[in-house]
Each structure stands twice: as structure tokens, then as C-alpha cells.
Design a protein around this ligand. Structure first.
Ligand SMILES: NC(=O)c1ccc[n+]([C@@H]2O[C@H](COP(=O)([O-])OP(=O)(O)OC[C@H]3O[C@@H](n4cnc5c(N)ncnc54)[C@H](OP(=O)(O)O)[C@@H]3O)[C@@H](O)[C@H]2O)c1
Length: 222
């Protein structure tokens, strides 16, 4: 499967690109608003992987071209940008493509991080509203720390919750997640449950902030 990471120049894009390219057979395509930045990031990820003896091709394109080349498109961009980015790449999305939303709506004050959800109810719902009807939308990866993903020596041992109304799209994302050693996908229900899933992220960031050694904290459900 070909997976485009839009905003793949950022922290989550870095972590996902390295993990997916290092430990699965999926093709990774980096997207950016700036094609040069996409090429540079793709080259840098490829070099990191090559140093570890994994010779795989990582390519980079402007976001719409990256989406056009992919079956699964991850919106690794800030929450406030998701609607604009979906609009910008919509012409490159094809029937049965899967759009993945990892963004959690939150804000920060002096005491920590709080859930700050858009009027649509969740960022995943914003993405579902903006996406073409024949594209499946799944909320995923909200609570997976980018730093731990990018440290290829780190054991993951963490879960990611999937939310969305399209069961086929959830199966596709679940398959990709489960291809990464140490990651597990759990179904958290339909789109109506996305706010609860996104609200886990500020909770984890508060735990990380208040406790030594918890910098890249994730969760595992037992
Ligand atoms: N960091 C984490 O540990 C983590 C974990 C789970 C989920 N997430 C979620 O994943 C998403 C990405 O997180 P991140 O930490 O990687 O964010 P980030 O580094 O701040 O941004 C990622 C990329 O988004 C693009 N971008 C920034 N502003 C934009 C705008 N106004 N319009 C379009 N694109 C824009 C940039 O790429 P270009 O300039 O190259 O276009 C940037 O490199 C966020 O929604 C976050 O909530 C993050």
C-alpha cells in the first residue's frame, strides 16, 4: 500500500515515515506545502534508514501530488489546518482512498493542556465534513508520541484508538498499524466517539509534563 504523510516534514511525519519505512513494506510518500521541503525530508528519512541498513525509497511531493499517488493519506498537520489541507488535496483523492486524521483539538494554559474541540465536535468530524463522500475517514494515531516513533531503537508497546463510520477504512488503517511491531490498533467506535479519543492527547501530555521519564508517554489497554 502507498501511504502519503501530508505535513510529513513535521514531528509526527518524521516518526511515522521512519517506522513505516523501517518495519513494513508499505511505500511512504512525504507531502508538504513546499515541494523542496518534501524532497529534503524524504531524502533525510531515506538517509537515516540507509544508515540502519534499510535501503528503501522514500519520495517527496507537494501535498496534492503526494495524495494523488497514495491509497492512504495521513493529515499530519496542525488541527487548525486540516480543512484547508483536505480542500487543497481533494482533487488528488480517489474513490476508496482512506484519509487518516491524527490531530487532536487542544489548547494550553498555565496549568497544562486541555481538550479544545471544534464546533463540529472533533477534528476527525471536521475532516469527515471536508472529505469527498467516497473517501473513508478514520481518526487514528492521536496518542502515539512522535519522538518514540522516530527513535527506531525504542520499543513501542502502545495502542492507537481508531474512530470513524467507515468500517472498510478502519480495517485498512488497522492493518497498517498492526504491521508496525509494537503498535496495536483498537476500535473505539464511530465518528461520534472521536471527541473522547482526541481528548486522550491532552491528558497524556499533562502526565508527561508532571512526571519525570514520561516524555513520550503512550497508552496500552489491558
Ligand atoms: N507530535 C506528536 O507527537 C503527535 C502525536 C500524535 C498526533 N499528532 C498530531 O499530528 C499532527 C501533526 O503533528 P506535528 O507535531 O508533526 O506538527 P507540526 O510539526 O507542528 O506540523 C507538521 C507539519 O504541518 C505542516 N503545516 C504547518 N502549518 C500548516 C498550515 N497552516 N497549513 C498546512 N500545513 C501546515 C508543516 O509542513 P509543511 O510546512 O512542510 O507543509 C509541518 O511540518 C497534529 O495535528 C498533532 O495534533 C502529533
Amino acid at each position: 500500500m502507498r501511504i502519503a504523510l501530508l505535513g510529513g516534514t513535521g514531528d509526527l511525519g518524521n516518526g511515522l515515515a521512519l517506522r513505516l519505512a523501517a518495519y513494513t513494506n508499505h511505500d511512504v510518500v512525504i507531502g508538504s506545502r513546499d515541494p523542496d521541503a518534501a524532497h529534503d525530508a524524504a531524502d533525510a528519512y531515506q538517509a537515516t534508514l540507509s544508515e540502519r541498513g534499510r535501503d528503501v525509497k522514500v519520495t517527496g511531493f507537494e501535498n496534492a501530488m503526494a495524495a494523488d499517488r497514495a491509497d492512504v493519506v495521513v493529515l499530519a498537520v496542525p488541527p487548525y489546518a486540516v480543512t484547508d489541507v483536505v480542500d487543497a488535496v481533494a482533487s488528488g483523492l480517489h474513490a476508496d482512498d482512506v484519509l487518516v486524521a491524527p490531530a487532536a483539538g487542544m489548547r494550553r494554559d498555565d496549568d497544562g493542556f486541555r481538550a479544545h474541540l471544534p464546533s463540529a465536535g472533533s477534528v476527525t468530524a471536521l475532516v469527515a465534513d471536508a472529505a469527498p463522500d467516497d473517501v473513508g475517514v478514520v481518526g487514528a494515531f492521536h496518542s502515539i508520541p512522535a519522538g518514540r516513533l522516530a527513535d527506531l531503537d525504542a520499543d513501542l508497546g502502545i495502542d492507537t484508538l481508531l474512530v470513524g463510520d467507515d468500517d472498510r477504512a478502519k480495517r485498512v488503517v488497522s492493518g497498517i498499524v498492526d504491521d508496525v511491531d509494537g503498535l496495536r490498533a483498537l476500535d473505539a467506535g464511530g465518528l461520534a466517539n472521536a471527541a473522547e479519543v482526541e481528548s486522550l492527547t491532552p491528558l497524556l501530555l499533562n502526565v508527561a509534563r508532571e512526571n519525570d521519564g514520561m516524555r513520550d508517554v503512550g497508552v496500552s489497554f489491558r
